[in-house]
Design a protein around this ligand. Structure first.
Ligand code: SF4
Length: 92
């Protein structure tokens, strides 16, 4: 979940092995693990979460997302099936 909305939903093992949403990927990359992280990032997550009382238009994660595009500001991504799980990202 990010700012009160589900961003990825699916089988636990599948989500942990191959997260599809950028926020899920950043969360799992931050989990300490002996031998190194299970998930690695090719981007840096920056900034702070916005206030839940003033959420961004479109995708709530867009102010911190390294993959953000113009559509992300005007259209809220709905959960859709991606690789057998539900992901709320236009580009998952
Ligand atoms: S919809 Fe856009 S801003 Fe939101 S997670 Fe996907 S790429 Fe990032």
């Amino acid at each position: 979940m990010y700012l009160g909305t589900i961003v990825e939903l699916g089988d636990t093992a599948a989500v942990f092995e191959t997260p599809r949403h950028p926020y899920t990927r950043s969360l799992l990359a931050a989990v300490p693990r002996i031998g190194g992280p299970r998930v690695t990032l090719d981007f840096a997550l920056e900034g702070e979460p916005p206030s839940p009382r003033d959420v961004p238009s479109g995708c709530r994660f867009r102010t911190r997302c390294p993959l953000v595009q113009d559509v992300c500001a005007v259209e809220e991504p709905r959960l859709r099936e991606v690789d057998g799980r539900a992901v709320a990202c236009h580009f998952a």
